[in-house]
Each structure stands twice: as structure tokens, then as C-alpha cells.
Design a protein around this ligand. Sequence first.
Ligand SMILES: [Zn+2]
Length: 139
Amino acid sequence: MIRDLVKDEAILSQVCEKATPEDADLAQDLIDTARSLDDCSCLAANQIGQTKAVAIYIDDDDVAHVLYNPKVLMGIRPTRVVEGCMTRDEYSKVTRYAKVKVTYDELVDGEFKQRRRDFTGWIAQMIQHMVDHCNGKLV
Ligand SMILES: [Zn+2]
């Protein structure tokens, strides 16, 4: 279901609770909401008002991916970049790694399976932005 974006910093600055397999509907709402917006390729649950550690991103082939409880384990090649955010009016200057090692849960047959994967480039940048949202980091 398409949800309204939430720009309330009191909600966006909360550290999100751990997601559970019951959050599958929330993940679908994130995908539906992201697809309903122009230029929205990633979204975290608190951006639609749910403080759960769930995020989605849409890749260059228009495939949506769900990350439950994503964490960045390590990153290499930090660079300063200017980044926009769907729930923030101004652009922000942040440090992002060109390559990151990430753990997250994937929902498989109703249960979480923990994954560990490397991401690079644009996808790595989106995931770092999403992990910040899950940690209640505003910029
Ligand atoms: Zn954002």
C-alpha cells in the first residue's frame, strides 16, 4: 500500500527496532511507496512512520530488494558526496564508502536468513544512506 512520507525529525531520529518476519507487509508498503514517487530508489521504514529496521532499494534493472536489519560491517575508499533524501528538503554533504560489506536478513519461506554481501558504487551509497535511517541518523 502506498503510504505518505514522514518528515518529522522526532520520528526520523529514533533508532529503529529490530525487524521481524511479521514486517513483510511493511516492506511491501515501502516498495509500493517508492514506486509511486519520482526519483525514489530507496526508502526506509521510518520514512513512512514505522520505526523498524527495514529498508528497500530499487536497482538499475528496476528490481526491488528488501533489507531487514541491515548493518554496515566495514567500508573502503571513503569519499565526500552530496546526497539528497526524500524526507529532507536540503542536500547534505556526507562521507560514503565506495565499497561496503553489509549484513542483513532476507525473508525466505517466512523465516529470516542472515546474508553477508559486498556492495559497490551507487547501490553501496544507497545502502549506507538506508542504514543511517535505521540508526535514526538524520544526515
Ligand atoms: Zn533519506
